[in-house]
Design a protein. Structure first.
Length: 473
């Protein structure tokens, strides 16, 4: 061995300086630099529970990121913790490849139970990207080799594997890779454009359109973009009319995030295939899935010789399934979908008041359930120039520098963690656990209201001082 191995006891005593060194040497040099830009790289976490992250220096941080919707139940929900302990105490079998798994069967049944219509068949995997890969594959298998094209929208993110990146218009790294052929983009929210693409294909092929499926988000999560009323219903109608499968990505929005179990239920439609992940694992398990309508799944994979065409080594791990079974029960029994709707309406009203008070800095606020965001106005060019002199590390994020300042000051001045949009540089995402209450929302609003009362130059100065302190510590 090149070096002695690190033990579990060693991990518990690693300094943040050593952790950063390992990131630079063995993980990714860019991640510490990005966190340094946000003044987050020096925060040492002790533990987390519910809405809060507790640091080794005694701070209690309100987590309004919700792990980007992984933590719908909050951090370390007691029922989830008990479920995992119970599973391990039983010394239960983890890999069920040669036996029928009660855990995989029960989780699949529960996922089907909370899914509308005949969305009854479930394939379990490990992530949202895998779920979307599987959805694209089952659609292709269902349609047969006579069709070859996938339609996606110009406002979309479905993952970073080759296939999912090929249908993710918002992913900037697309430019570095050869994308899959036969992926056709249409404007998000414009069902007439979708229809025109279909009719053009019909005119060129004369017999049948060449489209396997359309993949889209019922609510585009980043930036909280909702399509016009009736859009999803018209897409559903066109898919039925022209034999195109409708895949809806609910990876972030599923399981209560938007105040419905699934965000497509706001328009009362049933897709052909739905993809989920993130909060399905209760914040402790890496579980994703696609859910298919019964007839589609049986036609694609129902025969014995086709049943193992799509598989995964880690599909249906015992403890992961056990955890997800409890996660869905907690979501339903604690009324968290309704709380998402109620608290979301309250939160959005408060954000609209905030916008009215700070029109110089806030361009817009948007929300559905507890998926919310604040879109910032673009700062004056002279302030951009000022800030670039203060911090060279943010030059590559020139349009989003004020977002970074606000994220930094919120956590250091008010102990509130928010996150910038991964692709939308002037957007602050607000995605709290679905357990959030009015008191916590009121504290968030009061804090950001106070911060926005500073002018931009004062924010830049405060950030600069914070950056210097972090560099010296």
């Amino acid at each position: 061995m090149k070096e002695p191995l690190i033990t579990l006891e060693d991990v518990d005593t690693l300094s943040i300086k050593t952790v950063r060194e390992y990131y630079l040497k063995h993980v990714n040099k860019g991640i510490p630099k990005f966190l340094s830009m946000l003044c987050l790289e020096g925060i040492e976490v002790e533990y987390s529970e519910g809405m809060y992250i507790y640091t080794k220096c005694g701070r209690k941080i309100y987590d309004f990121t919700g792990g980007f919707s992984v933590l719908n139940l909050g951090h370390n929900h007691p029922r989830i913790m008990r479920a995992r302990r119970r599973f391990n105490e039983k010394k239960q079998l983890e890999i069920w490849k040669t036996f029928l798994s009660p855990y995989l069967a029960a989780l699949s049944r529960n996922v089907a139970a909370v899914s509308p219509g005949d969305l009854n068949y479930v394939f379990l995997c490990n992530s949202g990207a895998e779920a979307n890969e599987g959805a694209l594959k089952i659609a292709e298998k269902y349609q047969g080799t006579g069709k070859s094209k996938i339609i996606y929208t110009d406002l979309s993110f479905h993952g970073k594997t080759h296939a999912t990146m090929s249908v993710s218009s918002c992913e900037p790294s697309r430019k570095y890779f050869k994308l899959l052929d036969n992926c056709v983009s249409v404007p998000y929210g414009d069902w007439q454009a979708f229809e025109q693409v279909i009719k053009k294909s019909l005119s060129e092929n004369s017999v049948e359109n060449d489209f396997i499926a359309i993949i889209l988000e019922a609510v585009h999560a980043e930036g909280v973009v909702r399509p016009p009323a009736g859009y999803l219903q018209n897409v559903r109608r066109l898919c039925d009319e022209y034999n195109i499968l409708m895949i809806v990505d609910e990876v972030l929005c599923g399981f209560g995030r938007t105040g419905k179990m699934f965000s497509f239920e706001h328009e009362d439609i049933i897709p052909d295939i739905v993809t989920v992940a993130k909060s399905l694992g209760g914040g402790k398990a890496s579980v994703g899935a696609y859910i298919a309508r019964e007839g589609i799944y049986n036609r694609a994979y129902g025969r014995l010789q086709d049943s193992m065409i799509h598989s995964s080594t880690f599909s249906g791990l015992g403890e992961e399934c056990y955890t997800a079974i409890e996660a869905i029960n907690v979501l339903v029994e604690e009324g968290l979908v309704k709380n998402s709707m109620d608290m979301g309406e309250y939160f959005l009203a408060k954000l609209n008041d905030l916008k009215d008070r700070h029109e110089g800095i806030v361009e817009d606020v948007r929300g559905v359930g507890l998926l919310l965001c604040i879109e910032l106005r673009r700062p004056a060019d002279r302030l951009v120039t000022l800030f670039e002199h203060l911090s060279t590390s943010i030059r590559d994020f020139s349009d989003g520098f004020l977002t970074g300042i606000i994220v930094s000051l919120m956590v250091h001045k008010y102990n509130i963690l928010v996150t910038p949009g991964p692709h939308e540089k002037r957007v602050i995402m607000i995605i709290p656990p679905l357990i959030v209450n009015r008191r916590e929302i009121d504290y968030f609003i009061a804090s950001i209201d106070e911060l926005f009362s500073m002018n931009t130059a004062s924010m830049v100065k405060a950030y600069s001082s914070l950056k210097v302190r972090n560099m010296l510590s």
